[in-house]
Design a protein around this ligand. Structure first.
Ligand SMILES: Nc1ncnc2c1ncn2[C@@H]1O[C@H](COP(=O)(O)OP(=O)(O)OP(=O)(O)O)[C@@H](O)[C@H]1O
Length: 266
């Protein structure tokens, strides 16, 4: 069985200090139950959150960040999330950085203004927010665009601006909802490198449909199906669910995923 590079370099074990703890979380929209009794905890490392369309991934991330009402208990860095209140409400700098599935912001603001404002909203003072913006834009390779208006950015550049907004205040946990969608291959590789680096001492939950994201970055995988946890283990354990004799780790992961979620591996 091929071993994931992330398995070797990270400590995705929930046996380490849990940065995010989710216990019996249920949430819905009117009569639609989107999450039903979801429980797992996550320590340092990249934890991939997989599942078919409508499985509840975005609902779970919105619950963790405190913008979606839920039943059950969620703690981030030992602090209980009380929906619906911003995470940093009266508590200083937010411990969470969130890149939503669709990042949108005021088109007439400059790139630098948007990132500075995000850092300020996440609890930094004005001066610290300005330098945090400079650093974050450098990290996502947007430093040269800092004076450009948001409306002039390409789709991939907007996505990277969204990431800069999520990381500028240096949160201990990062929630990223399909962050590699819309990025070109070299920016996608840069983002994966960045995630592997920051996840050494932080928790990253990466919601994605791309098994290459999982292979390259994640040590741990949680699969949601119809609002419930269908799998919780390492990437190697997920691959072990696949049909034997596949070519590589990514094929094993796909086969394991399809067997668990669809009851077949196509
Ligand atoms: N604002 C909403 N109003 C009503 N139902 C919603 C709303 N948002 C999500 N849902 C429903 O909740 C369920 C979970 O949706 P969610 O967006 O969390 O899934 P997901 O796993 O993120 O899907 P995808 O992979 O397509 O992004 C789905 O049945 C969806 O139709």
């Amino acid at each position: 069985m091929p071993t994931s590079p992330a398995d070797r370099i990270q400590n995705p074990s929930p046996g380490g200090a849990a940065l995010i703890s989710i216990e019996g979380v249920s949430a819905g929209y009117g009569s639609t139950l989107a999450l039903s009794g979801v429980s797992f905890s996550v320590g340092a490392g990249v934890c991939a959150l997989l599942g078919p369309n409508g499985a509840g991934k975005t609902t779970l991330l919105n619950s963790i960040v405190g913008v979606k009402r839920f039943d059950g208990r969620i703690e981030v860095g030992g602090r209980e999330i009380r929906p619906v209140r911003p995470l940093n409400w009266n508590h200083g700098v937010s411990k969470v950085g969130y890149l939503p599935q669709t990042f949108s912001t005021a088109p007439t603001l400059s790139v630098d203004e948007v990132a500075t404002y995000a850092a300020w909203c996440n609890g930094l003072g004005r001066k610290a927010a300005r330098s945090a913006s400079v650093e974050a834009l450098h990290t996502v390779d947007l430093a040269e665009k800092r004076t450009s208006k948001v409306r002039t950015l390409s789709g991939g550049e907007r996505q990277r601006l969204g990431l800069a907004c999520a990381i500028a205040h240096q949160p201990s946990t990062l929630l990223l909802d399909e962050p590699t969608v819309g990025l070109d291959p070299s920016q996608r590789a840069n983002l994966r490198d960045y995630l592997a680096r920051v996840a050494r001492d932080r928790c990253v939950i990466l919601a994605t449909h791309l098994l290459e994201d999982v292979r390259v970055t994640a040590g741990r995988v949680v699969i949601l199906a119809a609002g419930r946890v269908a799998f919780d283990g390492t990437t190697s354990e997920l691959a072990a669910h696949g049909e034997a004799g596949r070519r590589d780790l990514e094929s094993d992961l796909e086969s394991g995923y399809r067997r668990l979620v669809e009851g077949s591996d196509g």
